[in-house]
Design a protein around this ligand. Structure first.
Ligand code: AMP
Length: 548
């Protein structure tokens, strides 16, 4: 079974409780656009679109996509950055009944090749003119020997693909609207709307199917958790076509008629845009935890009433520093698989500073289990956070073996995160205490350790490998590879050349290599990652303090 459905009794419960709607995402968006036609829907440094403009434009592009022969259910790979056209493409693809696959612009052949074959991608959307890499040329290459990938769609100008701009040219707007309505009428609200990618599982990234009603509901509850209205202006700096981007910055603001102020990760660009557009809410991922040190920060947050920190544990000094500027701060814990926790307005300062709050939905169920078991820990103790609910997946796409390990018998998703439930002012909040899943969290981008180890072992001279996170002041963590090699030691450039030759996304390349004669193992024979992580932390400490 490729798709694991929610049990019918739960589906009924979610609908009876009014959580799941009966419309597709494209239909929900159109309904909102009719309610708020003249409000800004999205603003970037390059331009702005009102809801009416975004709605009309995406109808036309959707009709153009249908005209190419793309059919409802066809998966479309998205490999784009934070541009206004990316938001246009998002809704246009949904309106045409197609299924966006949220890959990263940083992904390369190793990732895209596997993912696009697993989902049977039919089109590949890329952007022209990306600094440093020819995504259009890459997309053309990916088509080779790929039985399903028929179209390269391009944001910007490039004759090697079909321009998004040209799609819909000359189409009658009323005809386009009618076509979109016909397409949408044929889509089940519980069908797959979007494929997200998992950051936190073993081996290659797994595909997370998100369904129309539950995915929209996720966003509606997110907006509700912060008390957003149509006057909210949500700034977003991290990749938009990622789960946090789509839920927190596209669907959630749009679900209430609010505006997305779409910036890029570059603070020199993002902060002035926030100032000009009077952003009222900003989500800061780990890579931007130090944004407050930037000279343009104060001007950027003049109208901001909520600063949300997310992606990695929040240091107390950081939280205090932001609040000391008179900025209300909160935390978000979220994942592509579903569950979101937030510290809502009204949450005590202690809970906002030290926990990630409470689940979005009244029907979310969370438990803390002894890792590897189905036994709940004692009240307040640390264990693995597991969850089940109206917007958490019941299984990865086409991954039955992995699903058997990733879920409890009762269908709770094992997050791989360590957490404790703490009581503050009579309410239970979740405090994140670490993780048991083997990954590196590089500025919010997850790197799977096992995936990198398997890639290292493909080097002809590497006989054993273990990959661990090393602390980094800017990104939180970076990848350190411990290797055992045949012959002379491998230099870091040699290792990186190997990853380049395998066409692996650069953010996954090891950033340090240490040589061992043997990889230490635990008593049960597993790679002793704890020991290696401690070892590299010591080495870095010694280097910093000048000890040898
Ligand atoms: P992704 O699906 O890429 O968004 O990654 C989800 C994972 O990011 C979670 O399972 C956590 O390991 C991590 N994460 C997200 N938010 C937080 C947070 N506020 N604190 C600590 N870890 C977090």
């Amino acid at each position: 079974m490729t798709l694991v459905p929610h049990p019918p009794s739960d589906v009924r419960r979610y609908r009876d409780a009014g959580l799941w709607g009966t419309a597709t995402i494209a239909t929900e968006f159109h309904r909102i656009a009719l309610l708020h036609p003249d409000r800004d829907a999205v603003v970037t440094t390059a331009g702005r679109l009102t809801f009416r403009e975004l709605d009309e434009r995406t109808d036309l592009v959707a009709a153009g996509l249908a005209g190419l022969g793309l059919r409802p259910g066809d998966p479309v790979l998205f490999q784009v950055t934070n541009r206004i056209e990316s938001v246009v493409a998002w809704y246009a693809v949904l309106k045409a009944g197609l299924v966006p696959v949220a890959t990263l612009a940083a992904h390369r052949g190793h990732e895209i090749g596997g993912i696009s074959r697993r989902v049977g991608a039919v089109a590949h959307l890329v952007e022209a003119g990306l600094r440093g890499f020819d995504l259009v040329g890459f997309a053309r290459e990916q088509q080779r020997d790929h039985p399903t990938l028929r179209h390269v769609l391009v944001i910007g100008d490039d004759a090697r693909g079909v321009g998004l701009d040209s799609l819909g040219a000359g189409i009658d707007p009323r005809g386009a609207r009618a076509l979109v309505e016909t397409i949408q009428a044929g889509i089940d609200p519980d069908a797959v709307a979007v494929h997200q990618l998992s950051g936190g599982t073993t081996g290659v990234p797994k595909v997370i199917p998100r369904l129309h009603a539950e995915y929209w509901y996720n966003a509606v509850e997110y907006a509700r958790s912060w008390g957003w209205t149509e006057r909210t202006r949500v700034a977003h700096l991290i990749p938009i076509i990622h789960n946090a981007g789509v839920v927190c910055a596209v669907h959630a603001p749009h679900s209430v008629g609010a505006c997305l102020v779409l910036a890029t990760p570059d603070l020199d660009e993002a902060l002035p845009l926030m100032a000009r557009e009077a952003a009222t809410h900003v989500l800061l991922g780990h890579g931007h935890y130090r944004a407050a040190d930037h000279p343009d920060f104060d001007a950027a947050v003049k109208a901001v009433t909520q600063v949300v920190l997310s992606g990695a544990k929040v240091p107390p000094a950081l939280f205090d520093g932001i609040e000391a500027r008179g900025l209300w701060s909160g935390q978000l814990f979220g994942m592509g698989e579903g569950l979101f926790l937030t510290t809502r307005p009204g949450t005590s300062r202690l809970a906002r500073a030290t926990t990630v709050g409470t689940p979005l939905s009244p029907l979310d169920e969370i438990r803390i289990l002894e890792p590897g078991t189905e036994t709940q820990v004692a009240s307040g103790a640390v264990g693995e956070l597991v969850c089940r609910g109206p917007y958490t997946l019941r299984g990865y796409y086409d991954a039955p073996e992995h699903n058997a390990r990733a879920f409890t018998r009762e269908g709770f998703y094992r997050t791989g995160d360590l957490a404790a439930l703490v009581e503050i002012e009579g309410e239970h909040h979740v405090r994140i205490e670490g993780r048991i899943k083997d990954l590196i969290n590089r500025g919010g981008e997850k790197i799977n350790a096992e995936e990198v180890e398997l890639l290292l072992l493909r080097h002809p001279r590497v006989t054993a490998a273990a990959v661990v996170a090393m602390p980094d002041p800017r990104l939180g963590e970076r990848t350190c590879a411990f290797v055992v090699v045949d012959g002379p030691e491998l230099t870091l450039p040699e290792v990186q050349e190997h990853f380049a030759a395998l066409d692996v996304a650069k953010f996954k390349w090891p950033e340090r290599v240490e040589h061992l004669t043997e990889i230490p193992r635990t008593l049960v024979g597993k790679l002793d990652k704890k020991r290696l992580a401690a070892e590299i932390a010591d080495i870095l400490d010694a280097e910093r303090t000048g000890r040898s």
